[in-house]
Design a protein around this ligand. Structure first.
Ligand code: HXC
Length: 258
């Protein structure tokens, strides 16, 4: 993999940190950035030394959306044949390890959609979420109408998508779009702490648990519970189940397989 130019990659113990880094355009998601991000997500996923991933931007923006200046000249045949969005935007959905979006500043359009593809969103008090594509004569195209609606409900999703109104961090937490809110100065450290905790846990149990939660979006309750049951039962075929339960009974810390 060539050295990325639009992301900064760090490791903090067993947590991989990716910082989107196009500050002059508020981390607008151009093709190169999206490709570099996807490649790094897959690299961390394949690295046994990494147990969780944090994705962040900078204090002004997580990402202000797809790069409008790049996108404006796309044509219908090109977006179809290049598989715009399908090609690279959704790589994060293929990652088996937990991915935490740490959002400060703007998370707009494709930036909000990228954050919502992660397993959880933590936000700085400065965060602003929005789907302003309507202002550009288009609409959300990377899952926004679906994931935002499932997160915050129809009325707020319609409000944001039809009027382009932004939601601040307090409203986003109240509306269940984000799981926790921190002061901007501590956001990344707090996200790394969550990642560090996750990295001590059983990778296979985490992967099954996130698969099962994600299925809640895709299936009826009955089907979802069936999926959960079979994933839960399958974990009884793993060494981590034996280790985790023995460690509890023996009053010691478990050592899970990496
Ligand atoms: C390209 C962008 C950009 C974007 C900001 N910039 N957002 N460039 N694509 N999405 C650039 C600006 O052109 C400017 O560059 C620089 O970043 C700073 O932005 P300003 O507008 O000067 O900053 P500010 O006044 O603070 O306003 C911030 C803002 C505004 C409210 C976030 O930039 C804005 O409205 N941006 C567009 C947000 C948006 O519509 N996102 C949805 C995109 S569509 P210069 O060179 O002029 O200084 C989308 C579709 C996804 O995401 C579908 C799936 C792929």
């Amino acid at each position: 993999m060539s050295t990325p130019e639009m992301i900064i990659v760090e490791t903090h113990g067993a947590v991989g940190l990716i910082r989107l880094n196009r500050p002059a355009s508020l981390n607008a998601l151009c093709d190169q950035l999206v490709q570099e991000l996807g490649a790094q997500l897959l690299a961390f996923d394949a690295d046994p030394a990494i147990g969780a991933i944090v994705l962040t931007g900078n204090e002004k923006a997580f990402a202000a959306g797809a790069d409008i200046k790049e996108m404006k000249s796309r044509t219908f045949p090109a977006v179809i044949f290049d598989d715009f969005i399908g090609n690279h935007w959704e790589t994060v959905l293929r990652v088996k390890k937990p991915v935490i979006a740490a959002v400060a500043g703007f998370a707009l359009g494709g930036g909000c959609e990228l954050a919502m593809m992660c397993d959880m969103i933590v936000a700085a008090e400065t965060a602003k979420f929005g789907q302003p594509e309507i202002n550009l004569g288009v609409m959300p195209g990377a899952g926004g109408t679906q994931r935002l609606t499932r997160a915050v409900g129809k009325s707020k999703a319609m409000d944001m998508i039809l009027t382009a109104r932004m939601m601040d961090a307090a409203e986003a937490e109240r509306s269940n779009l984000v799981s926790r809110v921190f002061p901007a100065e501590t956001l990344v450290d707090e996200a790394l702490k969550i990642g560090a905790k996750l990295a001590t846990l059983s990778p296979v149990a985490l992967a099954m648990a996130k698969t099962s939660v994600n299925r809640a979006y895709e299936q009826t309750l009955t089907e979802g519970v069936k999926t959960e049951r079979s994933l839960f039962l399958s974990l009884f075929g793993t060494p981590d189940q034996i280790e985790g339960m023995n460690a509890f009974a023996e009053k010691r810390k478990p050592t899970f397989q990496r």
